[in-house]
Design a protein around this ligand. Structure first.
Ligand SMILES: O=C(O)c1ccccc1NCC(=O)[C@H](O)[C@H](O)COP(=O)(O)O
Length: 424
């Protein structure tokens, strides 16, 4: 972008000057009050129609400029993009590495009255989480157009009553002396690919409930997890009683209302994606709607940010680094040690262990660290399950493998018996 030249079409002589020179000359490019707009935006007001120049690149990297009008729809996109860039800056200041929008803006990049087509490597997501977030932004914008918030709010009048997610976890914990199980209804994931081809979400949800899950987590992202809001709705309407977590990548309040309309009792907020203000604001909306909020953290910094927000009752420690996929369950222990752990206990926060918890040993380990609940999406019960030792430490917990090859069943004695799956 720095080397871009601008040719004014207004002049027949087409004088050439550098883009930098142009920036200095142009009144359009004066910096604005930094508190209101991101560094790289300019002080031109978005009002429609906007007089702008259209720029197309020449072979030598320079560009031609011609006057045109920004249609109202595009002006809105520009505004949205500017808000997104502002969010990127706020997020960065809180140590959030995930950018909410591509840094170079939409493919057509407006600067003052000009429009540029940029080929910028910054527009490539740096990791899978960032890719998911950028994709989510596009999806949510489209969904919002189809179902604006007022329509959605009306639909909430007919939504089923909310079930108490946190109470269900606490009850399971005190009943069994084990962390409450949040079993995940998940067909696929970016890190593990397809987990189960013949995926019947309602059948799996019922099996989990029968198997002793306190709550269920339903993946609703379609592109990366092959989930859907239809799955969530179908489970809610199937007679399953467990409270449901809508496992979605929430970036806008609209999604919370949508999740509630589809039968969610709880939603996930990822601290690695959302700045503090978003977490505060979204938690308030959830409280108004009666939903629980599971705020997910991965490192100390995110935990410390979340601990200074009032009213957070449920915090998930993700052992999976969503930027690299590396899983390390000692992460849970690390984040619950020392003063930090003390603060969490004092605040009465229920801690959920997330990811990489496959075996009874794993679960005992995070329980000792202080978790009162855990999520698992891919319990791996090997086909030679008889060699699956130390299962007895999981007394009281009945788990049915989502991969469906076998079943772990708790008996009234202190040992667990194993049976081949009764699934057809
Ligand atoms: O699991 C992934 O590959 C993944 C990638 C990018 C964003 C999120 C991802 N997972 C979401 C989850 O939080 C897990 O589904 C959940 O913690 C259960 O994990 P596991 O028991 O290890 O299947």
């Amino acid at each position: 972008m720095e080397s871009l030249n601008v040719i004014s079409s207004a002049s027949t002589a087409k004088p050439r000057f550098s883009f930098q020179q142009f920036l200095k000359k142009s009144t359009f490019f004066r910096p604005v009050t930094q508190t209101l707009m991101p560094r790289h935006t300019t002080n031109w007001k978005i009002s429609t129609p906007i007089l702008k120049a259209q720029q197309s690149e020449l072979e030598d990297g320079s560009a031609t400029v011609s006057e045109s009008i920004i249609p109202e729809g595009d002006a809105l996109k520009v505004k949205e993009w500017e808000v997104g860039m502002f969010q990127n800056e706020v997020a960065e200041s809180q140590g959030i590495r995930i950018r909410r929008r591509p840094p170079s803006g939409p493919p057509l990049h407006y600067v003052g009255p000009f429009e540029f087509r940029l080929q910028n490597e910054g527009n490539t997501p740096r990791n899978i989480l960032e890719e998911i977030i950028w994709q989510k932004h596009v999806e949510v914008s489209q969904m919002k157009e189809r179902k604006p918030l007022p329509t959605l709010k009306k639909a909430l009048d007919n939504a089923p009553p909310v079930r108490d997610f946190i109470r269900a976890l606490k009850a399971a914990n005190s009943r069994t002396g084990l962390p409450g199980l949040i079993a995940e209804v998940k067909k696929a994931s970016p890190s593990r690919g397809v987990l189960r081809e013949d995926f019947d979400p309602v059948e799996i949800a019922k099996a989990y409930e029968k198997g002793g899950a306190a709550c269920l987590s339903v993946l609703t992202d379609q592109k990366y997890f092959q989930g859907s809001f239809e799955n969530l709705e179908a489970i809610r309407n199937s007679g399953v009683k467990c409270p449901l977590l809508c496992k979605e990548f929430i970036i806008e309040a609209w999604q919370i209302y949508y999740a509630r309309a589809k039968g969610a009792d709880a939603i996930l907020l990822i601290a690695g994606v959302l700045p503090d203000l978003d977490i505060k604001y979204m938690t308030k909306i959830c409280k108004l709607l009666g939903l629980a909020t599971l705020v997910e953290v991965h490192d100390e910094k995110e935990m410390d940010r979340v601990l200074q927000i009032d009213g957070i009752e449920l915090v998930g420690i993700n052992n999976r680094d969503l930027e690299t996929f590396k899983v390390d369950i000692s992460n849970t222990k690390k984040l619950l040690e020392g003063d930090r752990g003390e603060r969490i206990r004092q605040k009465g926060i229920t801690v959920v262990g997330e990811s990489g918890l496959f075996t009874p040993d794993d679960i005992s380990y995070v329980q000792e660290a202080g978790v009162k609940a855990f999520t698992t999406g891919t319990l791996q019960i090997p086909s030679n399950f008889l060699s699956f030792k130390k299962v007895s430490s999981l007394r009281g917990l009945v788990i049915i493998s989502v991969t469906g090859s076998c079943e772990l069943q708790y008996t009234s004695s202190t040992t667990l018996s194993f049976e081949k799956s009764r699934r057809k």
